[in-house]
Design a binder for this molecule. Sequence first.
Ligand code: DQA
Length: 147
Amino acid sequence: LRILVLHGPNLNLLGVREPSIYGALTLEQINAALETHAAGLHSTIQCQQFNSEGAIVEAIHNALDEKDGILINAGAYTHTSVAIRDALSGVKLPIVEVHLSNIYQREAFRHYSYIAPIAVGQISGFGIDSYLLGLEALVRHLQREGG
Ligand code: DQA
């Protein structure tokens, strides 16, 4: 199966950015762990990170005929972006939403996700394991659906 892994704004700063909240791992380390996990799940991943909303929307459009599912941490756009939500609905691919931190434990403005209502599911609060568990959940979902 072919999975697009999308990282949103500021996630390029992982390792430097608020390590007490987001952990010490860099984005490269997370992507490397995802690559290894994907191979074990007989899947291939493409990892992309964008700081701008429009670039994320375009990457979602490009997944239309190329991918079987999308694993996304939209960062702060999770809580603000109707455009990203509409793009994800538009391509009709199964979506799994992940967050390093537990967004429900944090400020009220992080409690609402525009993506959650159109995702297969959400994993939040497990650091890098949110990504690894999310990838596995997405692949298992696709296998069940015969994708
Ligand atoms: C985040 C949580 C968001 O609220 C925040 O804006 C991020 C990262 C997470 O992975 O915990 O940028 O998506």
